[in-house]
Design a protein around this ligand. Structure first.
Ligand SMILES: O=P(O)(O)O[C@@H]1[C@@H](OP(=O)(O)O)[C@H](OP(=O)(O)O)[C@H](O)[C@H](OP(=O)(O)O)[C@H]1OP(=O)(O)O
Ligand SMILES: Nc1ncnc2c1ncn2[C@@H]1O[C@H](COP(=O)(O)OP(=O)(O)OP(=O)(O)O)[C@@H](O)[C@H]1O
Length: 437
């Protein structure tokens, strides 16, 4: 295991962060273990991040769940050339405290107000640095790639959900609540595989990047590892290019450079296929299956006279014991899913079929929430863009497992999104998916 504790916290530079983790890249003296790597550390809410944990002295800290999940599960679904290499590393409180002291000021203020590095963690993840090197790196969080099948939808939601994608409805709700939202971007354009629509998606993401001053989480741009804001957009141009005043010229060069790798990579198609094939019931159908399974098990027990009210999806049911999945559960699920040997019948509720559909839904949620990073050469407006080349030029990050405890929140959010959606004249999201025969 590489020993990060032998590096100085000043050797690491803040890159970026999400809701759960914060990432630093190695900038110290040449070192075979650390050159070209980033350190991904877990965060905790302010107030909890620095409260010493109650774990016993000598008790082994578990590895970050993302490592086993990627190596034992994700690599069975995604070609490894599109994944960063992940390695477990030891940490300690003193080293982390020094890192915080040196770098916390570089974090966005809003994030600092909410959370901080979890000083209680004794393990972190060292990963391939996908944004460093002498090039551009474009990070896109594509979100939901498909429209659900109408089969399991309620009358109230069917029309909206089969015409407008979840992201577009969610963005409208966020905007109505005064929250930041990429209202022009539709993921179904990005996933369409059609040049004109992919270009439209890129331009919408760019617009969201400009209006949010680079803070939107659907598009992040890095130049030689440095996070770029719209005001620094000259940094996207190749050495020797004249400064370009017109932002539309930079946008068009950016779109022209990005569209080809997005059309050529299998990554978007893989994500779209996994998201939709793992979420066949929609959260509404899954919730209905949960309720039907409870009543089927209750009637088998012949306790129908004293049946308690249904448990909310993901809650602790008196009728079956569905535990949070661990790695062996995921691998058994994947054995069935990949071989298609064991088919489950949603019309015939059993605790086994319910468990299958829940695990599938959780995996789909991971693919709905991950990001991709595309590496590009610096832009030269007015010339044909050169590609970085190779399958590794597009990689997927943030493939963390999702927890069963989120099912109830997902159901509630789904209802809120549908209830708040106000139809927009002429607006339809087109799902261009064509299964390969
Ligand atoms: O529900 P969504 O679609 O808003 O997704 C959440 C993300 O919001 P987004 O829409 O991408 O701005 C949200 O992203 P931010 O923290 O807002 O950048 C998280 O990724 C969240 O996942 P988790 O709770 O950290 O496991 C995501 O929650 P999950 O739905 O994946 O659980
Ligand atoms: N391997 C990597 N190389 C370079 N940068 C990375 C790498 N992994 C993550 N990052 C950067 O760190 C940020 C946070 O990482 P990540 O998306 O995994 O965090 P998260 O907290 O799980 O996000 P979310 O809020 O979506 O759950 C990313 O948006 C990206 O900019």
């Amino acid at each position: 295991m590489p020993d990060v504790l032998h590096t100085d916290p000043s050797d690491w530079k803040y890159v970026s962060e999400g809701g759960a983790t914060i990432v630093y890249s190695y900038k110290g003296a040449t070192h075979a273990d650390f050159d070209g790597t980033v350190l991904r550390l877990r965060k905790a809410p302010v107030g909890m991040a620095d409260t010493p944990s109650t774990s016993l002295e000598g008790e082994e800290d578990p590895d970050d769940p993302t490592i086993a999940f990627q190596t034992k599960c994700m690599e069975r679904l995604i070609p490894p050339e599109h994944l960063p290499r992940l390695v477990n590393v030891h940490l300690n409180r003193t080293w982390l405290e020094k890192l915080v002291e040196m770098h916390d000021r570089e974090r966005p203020e809003l994030r600092r107000a909410k959370d901080a590095i979890d000083l209680n963690k004794h393990k972190g993840v060292l990963a391939t640095d996908l944004v460093g090197g002498n090039r551009l790196a474009v990070e896109i969080k594509p979100k939901w790639a498909f429209l659900p099948s109408p089969v399991y939808l309620s009358q109230e939601s069917k029309h909206s959900k089969t015409n407008i994608c979840r992201f577009c409805m969610h963005s409208q709700m966020r905007a109505a609540r005064g929250l930041q939202a990429a209202t022009d971007y539709c993921p179904l354009d990005l996933f369409s595989g059609r040049e004109e629509r992919v270009l439209r998606a890129i331009r919408s993401l760019w617009q969201g990047w400009i209006t949010s001053d680079g803070a939107a989480n659907n598009l992040k741009i890095f130049a030689s590892g440095k996070f770029i804001r719209p005001i620094d957009s000259q940094a996207l141009l190749a050495d020797g290019c004249e400064p370009v005043k017109n932002m539309d010229v930079i946008r068009d060069a950016f779109a022209a450079a990005l569209v080809q790798p997005l059309l050529e990579t299998p990554v978007l198609r893989i994500l779209s296929r996994l998201q939709r094939n793992l979420d066949v019931l929609d959260i509404e159908g899954l919730s209905d299956l949960w309720r039907r399974t409870e009543s089927a098990v209750a009637s088998l027990r012949e306790q129908s006279n004293s049946v308690p009210p249904p448990t909310p999806i993901g809650g602790s049911s008196p009728f079956f014991n569905l535990l949070e999945p661990r790695i062996p559960d995921w691998t058994t699920f994947l054995d069935n899913y990949i071989s298609l040997e064991k088919q489950f019948d949603a019309s015939n509720p059993t605790a086994d079929s319910l468990r299958h559909y829940i695990l599938a839904y959780l995996l789909s949620a991971t693919f709905k929430d991950c990001s991709i990073i595309v590496r590009l050469k610096y832009l030269q407006p007015g010339t044909v863009p050169q590609q970085v080349g190779g399958p590794q030029s597009v990689a997927i990050i943030d493939l963390d497992p999702k927890s069963m405890s989120k099912l109830g929140q997902w159901e509630k959010l789904d209802r809120e999104i549908v209830a708040s959606y106000k139809p927009v004249e002429g607006k339809v999201c087109v799902d261009d998916w064509q299964p390969v025969m």
